[in-house]
Design a protein around this ligand. Structure first.
Ligand code: NDP
Length: 453
């Protein structure tokens, strides 16, 4: 299992797949640790999490460089990602006990009746390479502080990051095996879910992977959180300030080299401002610096893997063959590394991949709509329901549209982004279950009623 630098195509490290005995030993250790970790006072668990935040901040450059090397994220965005991980640790270090405190029910006279939230055991996290630290920390910070233990199966191209994350917990002083990691391919995940020592599963990744994990977890009756893909609409109304909106649009599409589930992917623009928006947006996309992700001046680095770039290019080519107009980009760059340029497509037919599929790279589909009604119809005309944004000079007008958008995260005049303080979840093929906030920490707990007469 190889980790390959996508900017140079050089092999960084080869990792040995864990054999069955190693997986078995790690699950045993995770289960044993759970027995004592659940008894550790939550105040102690919060303290350790605060130490993990300190470790992340102290070593942010080291961790950021590793992410950039393994998956091509521009270095400044990698540093921000490490800082965001520290933030989610701080957040749950401060709030976990408040979110999980017993809830007394005052309506049953003569009895003491309350709800307690108890950990359930080792929880498997199947994670992707696109935010190799953030996806893991937003899972681990709440759930280990709730008293569960974490078992990570990371994507093989970021196994170095998996080891580095384990080092964060070690450096922070956690007991062994509160966080553990398995070096296994996707084919062996079902066997781990079926194991009695694993009590829940969280997956971030493609809808295809989500369905596979949901199928096994369903059979095993294990709780699941699925954060899957998206084809987020970015709706530009006729009163939107176009200069600022076009800038935000380019940022929303190309953050993380365009490889984000909540990146804006379809730009639905009112016909009154369509031509001007396309022109401004295309110029913003053209102005982005594509190149070496270790250079702080780079806006867009390489795609994380050769096959991912090839799939993206096939989607663009098929859309152009179906009748789409290519306004910018559209060809891999002729240099070592998996570089795909910022690309803008317009006049995309309804059934072309650029409208029907998730484009996981810096490729934007711009669609002209005649009014708000059509914007909402097209926005919801996708199997996904992760994020959506509305751009307008009139925030109330924008807010009125939020109830009509079928998505887990809707923003007005703001790029859709995750934030520890608010829930993050999707609907439809974007998955189910919630991460972050007071809601996320209750996904893998036993909500227990205690009734004392
Ligand atoms: P995958 O969904 O295949 O990978 C994500 C994680 O799931 C990896 O750890 C992977 O393991 C694992 N996985 C894959 N298939 C299964 C399975 N059948 N059972 C259990 N675990 C599985 O994403 P890819 O890396 O292949 O990317 C493909 C597409 O997925 C992207 O182009 C994008 O559209 C979407 N995606 C969405 C993400 C998001 O943030 N929502 C993140 C990444 C991808 P392994 O790598 O070993 O196969």
């Amino acid at each position: 299992m190889k980790s390959i630098n996508p900017a140079t195509e050089e092999v960084i490290e080869t990792h040995e797949e864990h054999d069955e005995a190693t997986v078995d030993a790690r699950l045993d250790a995770a289960w044993d640790r759970f027995e004592s970790w659940r008894e550790t006072p939550i105040s102690r668990r919060e303290k350790l999490l605060a130490s993990a935040a300190d470790v992340l901040r102290e070593h942010s450059e080291e961790y950021a460089s590793l992410m950039t090397e393994e998956m091509g994220k521009p270095i400044e965005q990698a540093v921000s990602e490490v800082e965001k991980c520290a933030w989610v640790c701080d957040y749950y270090a401060e709030h976990a006990s408040e979110f999980l405190q017993d809830e007394h029910i005052g309506t049953v006279p003569g009895s003491k009746t309350y709800v307690s939230y108890e950990p359930i055991g080792p929880v498997l996290a199947v994670m992707p390479w696109n935010f190799p630290f953030w996806q893991v920390f937003r899972f681990a910070a709440p759930h280990i502080t709730a008293g569960n233990v974490a078992v990570l199966k990371h994507a093989p191209n970021v196994f170095g990051c998996a080891d580095a994350i384990a080092s964060v917990f070690e450096r922070a002083g956690y007991p062994d095996d509160v966080f553990t990691s398995l070096q296994i391919p996707a084919e062996r995940v079902a066997g781990v879910i079926e194991d009695d020592r694993v009590r829940g599963v969280s997956l971030t990744g493609s809808t295809r992977a989500g369905r596979a994990v949901a199928e096994t977890s369903g059979r095993e009756l294990k709780p699941t959180v699925l954060e899957l893909g998206g084809s987020d609409p970015f709706i530009v109304l006729d009163d939107a300030p176009l200069e600022a909106t076009a800038k935000q649009a380019a940022r929303a599409r190309t953050q993380n080299n365009g490889q984000s589930c909540i990146a804006a992917k379809r730009f639905l623009v009112h016909e009154g401002v369509y031509d001007e928006f396309v022109e401004r947006f295309t110029e913003e996309m053209r102005a982005l610096t594509v190149g070496d992700p270790t250079d702080p001046g780079t806006d867009v680095g390489p795609q994380a893997r050769a096959d991912l770039m090839e799939t993206l290019h096939e989607q663009v080519t098929a859309s152009v063959e179906a009748g789409a107009t290519l306004r910018l980009g559209g060809e891999p760059l002729d240099r070592p590394g998996h570089y795909y340029p910022p690309t803008v497509l317009t006049d995309v037919p309804d059934d072309a991949p650029a409208r029907t599929e998730e484009l996981f790279g810096p490729v934007a589909t711009v669609i002209e709509v005649e009014d708000e009604t059509e914007a909402i119809r097209v926005a919801n005309d996708t199997p996904y329901g992760l994020g959506a944004s509305v751009w307008t000079a009139d925030a109330e007008r924008g807010e009125a549209l939020t109830t009509k958008l079928t998505a887990g995260n809707v923003a007005v005049n703001h790029i859709v982004a995750s934030d520890p303080r608010v829930p993050f979840s999707g609907t439809k093929d974007s998955g189910y279950g919630t991460e972050l906030s007071r809601h996320g920490i209750r996904e893998f707990v036993n909500t227990k009623t205690v009734w004392v007469e």
